[in-house]
Design a protein around this ligand. Structure first.
Ligand SMILES: NC(=O)c1ccc[n+]([C@@H]2O[C@H](COP(=O)([O-])OP(=O)(O)OC[C@H]3O[C@@H](n4cnc5c(N)ncnc54)[C@H](OP(=O)(O)O)[C@@H]3O)[C@@H](O)[C@H]2O)c1
Length: 284
């Protein structure tokens, strides 16, 4: 089994440097989560959003892992509150007519029940809400949950405007510890936002990391580094991201890819290789 590597977030939470994502796995969710954790993953990302995630089957996986001696405390568990526009109207996991604050509370209770846990390590607002006052209503409920010990840290996802996270940061008493974003060319790889995050203790988690970057993986730069180090292009890209402080999510369904992804901590890229990949992404 490969060693999982960790970092400590600004909320003092020990978070794996590579996280297993559970979206789109439907009825295979429990088997794949068990397989991923047995392969060595210790971070799990899910959401209270039945349209894309089967949270109850993540909970079933946790019970099965417990029976194999892997306790819940050994895992970093992250879920999300998904505002109404992101939910399938036929399967909203909270009262869609309730005030937003109550929706956040109901969603969090549903997550705890689904995951069969007393606490979460990380609770993420799935997307910004407008206007700002409404976003703060959701966030202040998340703060209440954090302050009563329901969750250890808070975060926001799909937040591509630095102004939004800056204002949230200024107006909050529990600061965002993570941002989870699509990592792609269209947003210039969030260079400005990530710079702001780095200066404010906010860790950046990436998704769509491989799917949105096939041209990067196929580049001569990545191919030649992969060849030189006898690694796959995906391993080089994931390793690069962890070395520049990004925590990638991987939702692979392949045992081989799980093992390859976890193996990225067995090697290190030189400063020259890291700079060459940054140049490719036009990251300053
Ligand atoms: N916050 C949000 O709005 C949001 C949105 C999307 C996703 N997410 C989270 O991010 C997680 C990851 O999603 P993703 O969009 O990045 O895509 P993903 O589910 O990780 O898919 C990656 C694709 O790359 C392939 N792949 C090839 N080589 C691989 C390798 N070595 N390692 C891993 N995958 C490899 C996978 O195929 P194989 O299965 O054959 O390996 C898969 O088809 C999700 O499960 C979810 O938790 C969050």
């Amino acid at each position: 089994m490969k060693d999982q590597h960790y970092l400590i977030t600004s909320a003092n939470v020990k978070m794996p440097c590579l996280i297993y994502g559970t979206a789109w796995k439907k009825e295979r969710t429990a088997d794949l989560v068990v397989q991923a954790v047995q392969a060595g993953f210790r971070g799990i990302d899910t959401a209270c959003q039945p349209k894309h995630y089967n949270e109850p089957l993540v909970g079933e996986a946790l019970q099965r892992l417990k029976a194999h001696g892997i306790e819940r405390e050994a895992l970093f568990l992250q879920t999300k509150f998904t505002p109404l526009p992101g939910q399938d109207p036929q399967q909203v996991p909270y009262d869609k007519k309730a005030p937003l604050e109550l929706q956040v509370e109901q969603s969090f209770e549903a997550s705890k029940k689904n995951l069969q846990t007393e606490y979460l390590d990380s609770l993420v607002l799935h997307s910004p809400i407008t206007p700002h006052a409404l976003l703060m209503k959701a966030w202040s409920t998340m703060e209440k949950i954090q302050k009563r010990g329901g969750v250890r840290q808070l975060g926001i996802s799909n937040c591509y405007d630095t102004k939004v996270i800056r204002t949230l940061y200024m107006d909050s008493s529990v600061k965002p510890a993570i941002v989870q974003n699509r990592f792609y060319q269209k947003t210039s790889y969030d260079a400005d936002l990530r710079n702001w995050c780095a200066n404010h203790g906010v860790t950046y988690q990436s998704f769509w990391t491989l799917t949105a970057n096939s041209h990067i993986l196929a580049s001569n730069t990545i191919q030649s580094i992969a060849q030189k180090l006898s690694k796959t292009q995906a391993q080089i890209f994931f390793r690069y991201l962890t070395q520049i402080g990004i925590v990638p999510l991987t939702g692979t369904c392949s045992e081989q890819h799980m093992n390859e992804d976890l193996s990225i901590f067995d090697f290190e890229l030189s400063a020259e290789d890291t700079n060459n990949i940054s140049a490719l992404l036009k990251i300053p």
